[in-house]
Design a protein around this ligand. Sequence first.
Ligand code: AMP
Ligand code: MG
Length: 404
Amino acid sequence: MHTVATALERVLATVAPFPAESLPLAAVQGLALAENVDSRIDSPPFDKALMDGFAVRSADLPDGAGRLRVVEQITAGQVAALPVGPGEAIQIMTGAPLPVGADCVVKIEDTRLEGDEVVIAARPLQDGVNISRQGSAMRSGDRVLAAGVVLRPPQLAALAELGWPQVPVRRRPTLAVLATGDELVPVDQTPGPGQIRNSNETMLVAQAAQSGCASRTLGIARDVRAELGAKILDGLTADILVLSGGVSAGKLDLVPSELTAAGVEEVFHGVAMKPGKPLWFGVRQGDISRNACYVFGLPGNPVSSMVCFELFVRSAIRRLMGISPAEPQPVSAVFEGEYTFRGDRPTYHPARLTWTAGGPRVALVSWQGSSDLRATVDANAMACLPAIERTYRTGDVMDVLSWD
Ligand code: AMP
Ligand code: MG
């Protein structure tokens, strides 16, 4: 049986990133950049005033006070026609290029206009005060964005500044969700004897949305081969098919054999972890006429499904989109409480992660195991507990994966 690490390696080795395509800047938020972006400009592109005030020669005002002749006035977007000569100043607004001859800007609050002269009473000035030098934020040739970065507002703004109206990215995957089980009824129905509502579908759709991909629901497949097989064929048209239930060793656990019958090659079945041990993963290879489809058979217990999605499906989505790193990124958090762990498999325990002034802290929520969805309502993360018998006490550090 695979460890979590080797299972994740197999998933990431199997899933090939989508080809890069060029999309308008306005349409790429949340996607990963497919190429490195080096600056083709200096920023700022010229020595630039950071304040409204007067561009002066600091040597004219050795102790910060004096009277200068105002020879011109410029606002942002204008370039001074005149240089600033000895004894002169140019009135300047934030964002305007520093005129030739000037080496600093006196802010307007430290000045008073008298006719065509400005009376200055500032603190001692130096070269460079209240200006931003050309190229001080970035120089032409600098690596500004690395391939794989997710495009959020700062990165989008940087692409705009650098002049990228079209951006190389990889598209979002489509995902199909198929719940399996004779006992399941839709959310809007009252379960009869032995029945429960299909909560996994709602959860998986929401997890997919949180991971940046749209999903399609295929409804509930009974544990009947023909029905399951037909819905699987429909689901294989998506980039990722996520099934829940039917992958363990029960009499009606038909999912692995129906997937194989539909042409999905098994990559692995079973991972040493808790919850989520029966996880099944495979691929239906693509060719010129059809897409590749990556298929996850998640165990039906809700917390198993949730945890397997977070660890494996989300990583596959990130790989397809070219997000780097694709692997889950745990944070080290300081544990609060006392908990004795005795599992023989690494365990992903619902937890509450908080960010404090002293760093991330984590507490475990009370949890009965893989079917206890209720516990996850109080959680926002999962603590990763290695398969070592151990008592955790306040102050111990543990790895935690955030669900946000
Ligand atoms: P299975 O993996 O099919 O053996 O299911 C394991 C457990 O998860 C059983 O108790 C199922 O009733 C439950 N289960 C399976 N599918 C779902 C679902 N879509 N929503 C909620 N619980 C489910
Ligand atoms: Mg079942």
